[in-house]
Design a binder for this molecule. Structure first.
Ligand code: ATP
Ligand code: MG
Length: 360
């Protein structure tokens, strides 16, 4: 079998650049054009060093050294490329000598951004689970003595209730114990998951929207953009309603508290192919996109947004998103969030799983 070397290099998934001994790029395969998002003719006007972040002085020195006769090639991981201002790519780089017609370097680059994003997501998730477990154990420990305190206050009330001043005190103890109990129950999260039933997601969304429309009394415009062809999927309907309510109420609160002009919330449903959930590529999933035109999520809580007790609101418990995330995770899904002032987007991604009809 005869090989056409150039056709072979063209069809590689790895980006390959060839430079002359002055590091001027003389060849770039298709994968290189895709990686750097630059046309071949543009790449051929550049030197390899033009593509690199200039802060990487040691690396640039090593590349120059690699052009010298008898020097060996090398491998560098997580190299920062800046093919254009404001656009950077992290890639693993391997450099080898080339001495065919002319001399120079063969440069192979493999993007690590995507893999990095997946790894970061997995790490963030495990940190989140650790924080959530800690808070749940704490909540569990608080719950038991709380019952005792409430019971004792009731006994005191029954015994000495005729004393009005004492009655006021026991009333405060009982009220505050009840308030703490609600908080602790929320911290413990949804207790007994309901069975999953096949359901059209638009039924859930419509139900939540009718509640929110009533509550906001027409002050907020709700826009809908549904894909009616989306198939049903197994849902814990009550829990999924709760998750959606938590996300939409946050948007409502952000819009009203900020007095956003022309406040609007859009609900969109779409199918997505090839979403990554916890490091696994899901062939087809359903995405519910909730977008509001409010002030955006405060920078200081963006990183820990889904952790319990993270809030920017004086009256907030910081539990809405943590609960929503637990619910969506029980459906083997995930929630994504992007936010800038004027546009906050929450995406609930729910996988369509063949023959998988059980919740976690
Ligand atoms: N659409 C949004 N726009 C702006 N900020 C948001 C939005 N959604 C969430 N946030 C921010 O995320 C924080 C956490 O939300 P979360 O629902 O977990 O808690 P909370 O709303 O503060 O309290 P709780 O839901 O327990 O009453 C909020 O305090 C708010 O700062
Ligand atoms: Mg909330």
């Amino acid at each position: 079998m005869q090989y056409d070397a150039q056709a072979l290099i063209e069809s590689l998934a790895t980006a390959v650049l060839l430079t002359d001994s002055n590091l001027r790029i003389v060849y770039a395969n298709s994968a290189a054009q895709q990686l750097f998002l630059l046309s071949r003719s543009k790449l051929l006007q550049l030197k390899l060093t033009d593509l690199l972040d200039k802060e990487q002085k040691n690396l640039i020195d090593s590349i120059y050294s690699a052009t010298k006769p008898y020097s060996t090639g090398f491998f560098a991981s997580k190299v920062l490329f800046v093919p254009e201002p404001n656009r950077c790519i992290t890639a693993d780089l391997s450099i080898a000598h080339y001495s065919g017609k002319g001399k120079g370097l063969v440069v192979e680059c493999r993007s690590v951004d995507y893999q990095q994003k997946i790894n970061d997501e997995i790490q963030r998730r495990s940190q989140h689970l650790a924080a959530r477990d800690l808070i749940r154990s704490l909540a569990h420990e608080i719950k038991n003595p709380l019952g005792g305190i409430r019971g004792a206050a009731q006994l005191v009330d029954m015994t000495y209730g005729s004393d009005q001043a004492l009655h006021e005190y026991t009333k405060v103890i009982i009220e505050q114990a009840d308030r703490l109990k609600t908080l602790v129950n929320n911290l413990l999260g949804p207790q007994r998951p309901n069975p999953l039933t096949l359901c059209n997601i638009h039924y859930v969304i419509e139900k939540v929207l009718s509640l929110e429309t009533m509550e906001t009394r027409g002050k907020i415009r709700f826009k809908k953009d549904y894909d009616p062809s989306l198939p049903e999927l197994p849902l814990d309907v009550n829990a999924m309603e709760q998750a959606l309510i938590n996300i939409i109420s946050n948007a409502v609160q952000a819009l009203t508290e900020n007095k956003t002009p022309h406040p609007a919330i859009e609900l969109k449903t779409r199918a997505r192919h090839g979403a990554w959930i916890n490091g696994i590529k899901i062939p087809t999933s359903l995405v519910i996109v909730v977008t509001d035109n409010g002030p955006g999520i405060p920078e200081n809580i963006k990183e820990t947004l889904f952790y319990p007790m993270v809030t920017s609101r004086a009256s907030g418990n910081g539990l809405g998103l943590s609960i929503a995330q637990s619910i969506v995770e029980r459906h083997n899904g995930m929630i994504e969030c992007q936010s800038v002032p004027g546009k906050t987007i929450f995406k609930i991604i729910l996988p369509y799983q063949k023959d998988k009809f059980s919740s976690k």
